[in-house]
Design a protein around this ligand. Structure first.
Ligand SMILES: [Cu+2]
Length: 147
């Protein structure tokens, strides 16, 4: 048995597994993804509208990017006039529902940029779901004063 045969067999098995096993990410659509770039290496906020067209909830449990050393999921809130942020472990997008990551609420916190990100650039952030499926998403960098 040759290694070429083995690798063909393996490729076939992987294809079959992929077709039979649609992940949560396959049902989620990401729209209007953007990053608020801050000066002086301050953490950037990442925002995106997520729509789940699947019959099961999709559970976002993290994200990663080659551009940033650290990507965390946060929620902003206002408590007695004070702005606060907390870490969020998992964010559920209901079946046939949507969740917005938007200024003042849920957002990605992008830290430790490998090199400065300029407004107008596109940065890829991969969204991770609880079943291990992933959704690479292009985020457009906007200036600090973007709404
Ligand atoms: Cu934050």
């Amino acid at each position: 048995m040759t290694s070429r045969f083995l690798s063909l067999l393996l490729a076939g098995l992987l294809l079959a597994a992929g077709a039979a096993h649609a992940g949560q990410a396959d049902h989620v659509h990401a729209d209007d993804a953007w990053i608020r770039v801050m000066p002086a290496g301050l953490p950037a906020g990442g925002y995106v509208a997520l729509r789940n067209e699947g019959d099961q909830p999709a559970i976002l449990d993290g994200a990663s990017s080659a551009t940033y050393g650290s990507v965390m999921l946060h929620e902003s809130s206002t408590d007695s006039g004070m702005g606060r942020m907390r870490m969020v472990e998992r964010l559920t997008i209901p079946a046939h529902g949507q969740v917005a990551l938007a200024p003042g609420g849920y957002h990605f916190m992008l830290m430790d940029a490998a090199k400065p990100v300029q407004p107008g650039q596109t940065v890829q952030v991969t969204l991770h779901f609880a079943d291990g499926s992933m959704l690479p998403t292009d985020f457009r960098a906007r200036p600090a004063n973007a709404l």
